[in-house]
Design a protein around this ligand. Sequence first.
Ligand code: NAP
Length: 253
Amino acid sequence: MLALITGGTNGIGLAIAEEFLQNGHDVLLVSRSEGHLEELKKKYPTRLISFISHDLTKEEECYQLLKETEQRDISFFIANAGFGDISHIDQSDIKKDVDMVKLNDISTLILGKTFLNRFIKKGHGRVMFVSSAASFAPAPYMSCYYASKVFVYYLVHGYHRELKHIKSKVTISALCPGPVKTDFEKRANVKFNIFARSPSFVAKKAYKGLLKGRLTIVPGFEMKCLHFLSHLFPKRLITVFLKSSATIVTDLK
Ligand SMILES: NC(=O)c1ccc[n+]([C@@H]2O[C@H](COP(=O)([O-])OP(=O)(O)OC[C@H]3O[C@@H](n4cnc5c(N)ncnc54)[C@H](OP(=O)(O)O)[C@@H]3O)[C@@H](O)[C@H]2O)c1
């Protein structure tokens, strides 16, 4: 079966692609650059690994991707491409914030909703949106990123209930990892002050949860605890703790 993974050439997306390949599936990866594509092809020479280049911050490229995949028999759709940013409110680049919302939210909405509808029509298929533990509560200095991940988390929960109402076999899951060792930190200008998991650890939990049709997948005991606690404490209080969970790299210089 074929899995389409956005941002599948690096970090968490690449690790999820490996999980699919190890479990006998083929993958179609979408990102701006090829990243680790050649290494992946060398590692899994017998599997079908395709790549389409798109900048998914651009709406028209999302629609173009939908056109290009219309005739493909895709069984899994993983909306993973995304990035974050940390900065002081008076120093943040508004254009970076807007691009973040376009990639993390708008592209997930356009692609995710269309693939859900394609799968509903076919009567099967599994969808996963990569949200984050950032969706559990707001955080200062990364306000836009955290808000973008709540959007994704709520979309999944709403669609999940709709799928139940129409008794569809199609499933949707939200993957909510805490910090993961990828290029995310570099692009976001952030340094995590809490333990970061490996992409392969997260990908294994993601794949298993996806196949079980789990609504929310939270890899790691510490993040499960945080998820639980986020329901108990007022959001205003949690922002105090989250202030020290990450550092702005330029503040260290
Ligand atoms: N790392 C963490 O701590 C962490 C924690 C929780 C959730 N997440 C979420 O996990 C997802 C993956 O992040 P990651 O940590 O794996 O980051 P990463 O290592 O930077 O990988 C991001 C992937 O997205 C692609 N991408 C970035 N901008 C794109 C664009 N405009 N159009 C198309 N593809 C684009 C990148 O390829 P190109 O640059 O070549 O386009 C790359 O393949 C994100 O949604 C992130 O918010 C990350």
